[in-house]
Ligand binder design. Structure first.
Ligand SMILES: Nc1ncnc2c1ncn2[C@@H]1O[C@H](COP(=O)(O)OP(=O)(O)OP(=O)(O)O)[C@@H](O)[C@H]1O
Ligand SMILES: [Mg+2]
Length: 353
């Protein structure tokens, strides 16, 4: 975050020349590559964040058909073959979407000359001992099938291991199938891979049919257009990492705001209690002693309508955090920061009832 933020700010300050642009671009690209890797590692390691709920796989797949088609490119034809009626499955919606996207991208990489990519779904009743690793019950099997290069027996044996990849540096992290396998395990289902060299690959996601469960609302801030006219707020930035804090301050100042800083929730509470002119607090989530969410709960007792935004590197609001808190994902760019401020000032964040 510090690297990308600093480079993006440098970009606005250095007179442009082809050489400088190229160098800055290299730095930005490798920073983004690092971001993608860290995001995947976080998603992989934060398994307790799996949020299992009744999931309509038909809806989910139809909803991401455009994104998948764009990811696989015009040479590969996506064919969605779902039955008209399919029961809900028990899984994590976000993780299931990224699992399917990863499978589509794997298929694309295996079919450099194009082909077709059928994604199908079927309902099955699995009997006791019928499928190794699957308890008896009702399942939906989502399958992704490609006619690409396939995998050798050695590759197939290692494919779901974390960091195993046959792709060149920067192309693959080797966490894709490991994440898919972990998600299936957590969902109470199973990942089945069938493949042979030159014979394509069939990936099956066996997911248990859901009992009646509720979907949870999300408080993540959506992207919105930035309103450059909204400037000059008094903002309190809170982060225990001084380097990140310094970078956030530079970004906020560059946007024309007045910035105060605190390196802990306790220090931030002191400032909120003694300065009634703070328009917004931007706080890190993961801090020792007092988390950003705990800070917000106490700060709202002091000033109930104070807009507070939580910055977090985690894909979702951590369990136990106040769901009324809007999130800004780390690393954020100056543009995202401007959007977030604009948004939270137009619609002040409210504490949970
Ligand atoms: N559809 C497929 N066809 C052929 N080989 C595959 C297919 N899917 C996966 N593999 C093999 O399994 C390896 C691991 O896949 P995985 O999705 O875990 O990581 P990756 O695709 O290499 O990296 P990332 O998912 O981070 O982009 C791949 O590098 C590739 O060798
Ligand atoms: Mg992959």
């Amino acid at each position: 975050m510090v690297m990308l933020g600093s480079v993006q700010m440098l970009e606005n300050r250095i007179p442009p020349s082809p050489e400088v642009t190229q160098l800055l671009d290299n730095a930005i690209q490798s920073g983004k590559r690092g971001t993608a890797l860290i995001e995947r590692m976080l998603a992989f390691s934060r398994q307790e964040q799996t949020h299992l709920e009744a999931t309509d796989a038909t809806n989910l797949v139809n909803g991401m058909a455009d994104l998948m088609a764009r990811s696989i490119g015009p040479m590969i034809r996506l064919e969605i073959k779902f039955p008209t009626v399919l029961p809900n499955v028990r899984s994590d919606k976000n993780q299931l979407s990224s699992a399917l996207l990863n499978l589509a991208v794997n298929a694309r990489d295996a079919m450099p000359n194009g082909g077709s990519l059928p994604i199908a779904a079927d309902e099955h009743q699995v009997l006791e001992g019928e499928k190794p690793g699957l308890p008896e019950g009702n399942y939906v099997c989502l399958s992704v099938w490609d006619t690409g290069s396939g995998m050798s027996a050695e590759t197939l044996a290692c494919a779901t291991q974390p960091f195993f990849t046959t792709k060149s540096t920067g192309k693959g992290t080797g966490l894709g199938l490991a994440m898919v396998a972990t998600l299936l395990e957590h969902s109470g289902g199973k990942l089945v891979l069938r493949s042979a060299s030159g014979a394509g690959t069939l990936v099956e996601l066996w997911l248990p049919v859901a009992e009646a469960e509720e979907a949870a609302p999300s408080a993540v801030i959506e992207n919105c257009e930035s309103d450059a006219s909204l400037r000059g707020y008094r903002i309190l930035a809170v982060d225990d990492d001084e380097l990140v804090l310094r970078n956030t301050v530079l970004m906020l100042k560059a946007l024309g705001h007045t910035v105060m800083t605190a390196t802990s929730g306790e220090e931030a509470l002191f400032l909120v209690g003694n300065d009634s002119h703070i328009d917004l607090v931007l706080t890190d989530y993961a801090m020792p002693l007092m988390s950003g969410s705990e800070f917000a709960d106490i700060a709202w007792n002091i000033r109930p309508s104070l807009p507070i935004v939580l910055a977090t590197g985690y894909a979702k609001l951590p369990f136990g955090a106040n769901p009324a808190l809007p999130l800004i994902p780390k690393p954020f760019s100056q543009h995202q920061l401007a959007d977030m401020i604009d948004r939270s000032q137009r619609k002040e964040s409210q504490p949970a009832a």
